[in-house]
Design a protein around this ligand. Structure first.
Ligand code: CP
Length: 322
């Protein structure tokens, strides 16, 4: 595996879920694979889970992780080509990437969407430079449009808790005070479409996700109707994806607190489990009552971030050993 961005990168999903089960049961069984191997985890943005779970996964595999916080531990990096670098950015990605690559075997990158220029973000401009200039396997640790390690962990969690062969999974938009990227809902939709689940997406008008990720998923604008009979409720905020009107890209179109997932919403489900990628704003995205209920899976979901990262790194290490 040379890159991990999309569900297609993982190949057969059933095989990947089976591998995840083995990795979770015996996390140290592949420790030999990472001996004398280094993974560079590059963060342009804050993180708790991704940072820690990626390091833990690397350690489980015997690898040495190096974490670099761009702009804090390093020089501020310029990411756009052709600019006169007369501002506060001292180094260009064009040099920084091959330098970082010379110190490691695998690179993970967190680089959020700027939410200013849809084309720049949806072209994955930063991530593409890492692929082009590093020559190393590259993992998205949440880039402009995708968060595959999260979506894979979400699917592992659904696989562990599902009560029916083909559960109904509802991705619901929920309010948030700040404009957030679409990477989590994009990847969640992409992975659920590939999995053995029935996906329904619900959000206010104007928040339509890119069909590249949602495919043929049902979109229901009536949140309560969408939630009826759900087995899993996945809440997430995202800003306007600008699919029909790029000038609205990144805008907050609604702060309707009626969309906050609370007991009233959960009451119409099939005693659904509640999921969220975290960090979560309590009583904005979800009520205390729901997130603190026995049906809340947010902690096991976060714990599975180690498993998803480890499967991906394991496969990259196996390929490097060939
Ligand atoms: N879910 C997630 O990616 O968490 P962090 O932003 O804390 O890494």
């Amino acid at each position: 595996m040379k890159t991990f961005f999309h569900v297609s990168d993982i190949g057969d999903l059933k095989a990947a879920l089976e591998e995840a089960k083995q990795v979770k049961a015996t996390p140290y069984a592949w420790k030999h694979l990472g001996v004398n191997k280094t993974i560079m985890l590059v963060f342009f943005n804050s993180s708790l889970r991704t940072r820690l779970s990626s390091q833990k996964a690397a350690l489980n595999l015997g690898m040495d992780p190096i974490v670099l916080n761009i702009g804090q531990d390093s020089w501020k990096l310029e990411t756009e080509m052709g600019v006169v670098m007369d501002g506060d950015k001292s180094e260009h990605l064009r040099e920084a990437i091959p330098v970082m690559a010379s110190y490691c075997d695998i690179i993970g990158v967190r680089s959020f969407a700027g939410l200013k220029d849809r084309e720049y973000d949806y072209n994955e401009t930063v991530l593409r430079q890492f692929i082009e200039y590093s020559g190393k396997p590259v993992i998205s640790l949440e880039s402009a449009t995708v968060h595959p390690c999260q979506a894979f962990a979400d699917l592992i969690t659904i696989e562990e808790y599902r009560k029916t062969r083909r559960p109904k999974v509802v991705l619901t938009w929920a309010p948030h005070p700040r404009a957030l990227p679409q990477a989590v809902p994009n990847s969640f939709a992409e992975w659920m479409n590939a999995a053995d689940v029935d996906l329904v997406i619900t959000h206010p008008h104007g928040y339509e996700l890119d069909p590249k990720f949602t495919g043929g998923a049902v979109v229901e604008y009536d949140q309560m109707k969408a939630l009826e009979g759900a087995d899993f409720v996945y809440a997430k905020n995202w800003s306007c994806p600008g699919v029909t009107d790029p000038s609205q890209y990144g805008a907050i179109l609604s702060k309707d607190m009626g969309w906050t997932v609370d007991a009233r919403h959960m009451a119409v489900t099939n005693n659904a489990f509640f999921m969220h990628c975290l960090p979560v704003r309590r009583n904005m995205i979800v009520s205390d009552e729901v997130i603190d209920s026995p049906e809340s899976l947010v902690i096991p979901e976060a714990a599975n971030r180690v498993v998803s990262a480890q499967v991906v790194m394991k496969r990259m290490l196996e390929d490097l050993a060939k």
